[in-house]
Design a protein around this ligand. Structure first.
Ligand code: CUA
Length: 349
């Protein structure tokens, strides 16, 4: 009896200590394996507010963990069976009003503080007054890509959102209206702001205000079907001058390179035009991404592949090879037809 009890305690305490140590030891972060958006590096006003609340919650939880884990470790080590113990059960004590009061009231206070701070942050972000000249962008979620409109500029693009950088002295926030064409998606660029669901038959609003130029990665954050994981989003934050240049380039008339005339004619003859738009041509489809400036984008298929001639060719030849289940069908084109269409697409810059 005595021996087995001692064995039980030893068996219990070391895994606990090992577990504590493993939690405290830093592990290789996923960021080393692939570039992912870092939620602990906010670079935009709403993301900073969210980060501060999460830090507070983390600190409070870490404090609780240390107190509970510390007491547990202390008790396990200090009161373990010792050689020469008589094996009798120690005195059993039941009930303590003070203790029960304390472990009821303290957690209630902690939860109350966290609820208040969170509510205040949500209200601050949602009710923020944006300057009247804030850039307005409409983002429409589709299975499985993002349609992006700049209503004040007449620009339409997909999957890569360009916005200007903001300065604390001269604010240039971007107001986003979020709509869905099919199912519920969720717009999430961790370094810019918290998640906002994109719901059919509803216009949700959010805003971002990045303080540094660069490309920010995001992803759909609500399971929306087969290719949910390949519904990525890139936000390119540029200086106001670069952004103005980008808007101007997107507005100029679509390319009509004579060298790609055959490919253009073929493209306009296939059912590509039922889903895709190229401004100034008979292609006016709206089910798929606007291709007017396809080659100004870094990726195709909502970030599933880099926008290189080889990948573009693979995509046109058989989209299902890059994104199985995607809604763009295999058009059963001959190899020479694929070449012609890709040659035309490559001129759309
Ligand atoms: Cu869209 Cu998940």
């Amino acid at each position: 009896m005595k021996g087995s009890r001692k064995g039980d305690l030893g068996w219990l305490s070391w895994p606990v200590v090992a577990l504590l140590l493993s939690w405290l030891t830093p592990v290789a972060s996923a960021a080393e394996l692939r570039p992912v958006a870092n939620i602990f590096k906010p670079l935009s006003a709403p993301a900073e507010s969210v980060f501060e609340v999460s830090l507070l919650a983390l600190l409070v939880c870490a404090g609780i963990f240390l107190v509970v884990g510390g007491l547990l470790t202390y008790a396990v080590i200090k009161f373990r069976a010792k050689p020469g113990d008589d094996g009798k059960e120690p005195p059993q004590i039941y009930g303590s009003n003070q203790l029960e009061m304390a472990w009821t009231v303290i957690p209630i206070l902690i939860v109350f503080v966290l609820v208040l701070v969170t509510a205040r942050t949500i209200a601050d972000v949602q009710n923020a007054k944006l300057p009247a000249d804030a850039l307005k962008v409409l983002v429409v979620g589709h299975q499985w890509w993002w349609e992006i409109h700049y209503p004040d500029h007449g620009v339409v693009t997909a999957n890569e959102l360009h916005i200007p950088v903001s300065a604390r002295e001269q604010r240039r926030p971007t107001a986003l209206t979020l709509e869905s064409a099919d199912v519920i998606h969720s717009f999430w660029v961790p370094q810019l702001a918290g998640k906002t669901d994109v719901v059919p038959n509803r216009a949700n609003a959010m805003w971002v205000e990045p303080y540094a130029t660069g490309t920010y990665l995001g992803n759909c954050a609500e399971y929306c079907g087969t290719q949910h994981a390949k519904m990525m989003l890139r936000v390119v934050v540029e200086s106001p001058e670069e952004f103005a240049k980008w808007i101007a380039s997107q507005k100029s008339p679509a390319a009509n390179d004579p060298a790609a005339r055959a490919g253009r004619a073929l493209f306009l003859k296939t059912s590509c035009v039922n889903c895709h738009r190229v401004a100034g041509t008979a292609a006016v489809g709206v089910f798929g991404p606007d291709l007017t400036r396809l080659m100004t984008r870094e990726t195709i298929a909502a970030g599933a592949a880099p926008n290189t001639p080889e990948k573009l060719r693979d995509w046109v030849r058989n989209p299902q090879s890059i994104k199985p289940g995607c809604l763009m069908p295999d058009m059963q084109l001959r190899s020479d037809e694929v070449d012609l269409i890709v040659a035309y697409l490559l001129t759309l810059k």
